[in-house]
Ligand binder design. Sequence first.
Ligand code: AR6
Length: 166
Amino acid sequence: MIVYLTKGDITEIEADVIVNAANSFLEHGGGVAYAIVRKGGKEIQEESREYVRKHGPLKTGEVAVTSAGKLKAKYIIHAVGPRYGIEGEEKLEEAIRNSLRKAEELKVKSIALPAISTGIYGYPYEVCARKMAKVLKENWNLDKIIVCLYANYAYDVFKRIFKEEG
Ligand code: AR6
């Protein structure tokens, strides 16, 4: 398994799965979620609503799967991260771990993840980077995990922490 850190727009990445930083209602109105729906098409939002109609809203740390619409990926895994100051960082760890578990269940080989909870939900990049480093070290049956950072500063923080955490 190879882990890559990359800078840029996650919707441009070639991976079987793209992880979305979602909310409990899977209403993709801002941040990376909006970028995914804008480029992937409204079917992603429609399938998300259908999921919530059937199963109810997701708890923090949980994930749901939809198609990836017009994106090159096969699936979107929508992961609900915690809100900083309201929900603890163990939920961030859960959201990351549940995303990778779901990807294994889907029998895909590659996955791209954004820095869940570090935008609108306000978590420091450093906390997210440490949680990612921890979870990625677990034994995953995936060939390629791409962590995609949007801001230069985020990329620098992740690079430093991934180096520190080995
Ligand atoms: N590609 C990669 N990363 C991105 C992109 C992109 N195109 N756009 C933003 N980021 P956020 P959250 C980074 O706010 O904090 C939404 O409204 C961004 O710089 O997308 O988990 C949802 O519907 C940040 O580092 O997610 C929820 O309501 C990271 O992605 C809520 O925001 C996550 O930022 C979730 O908040």
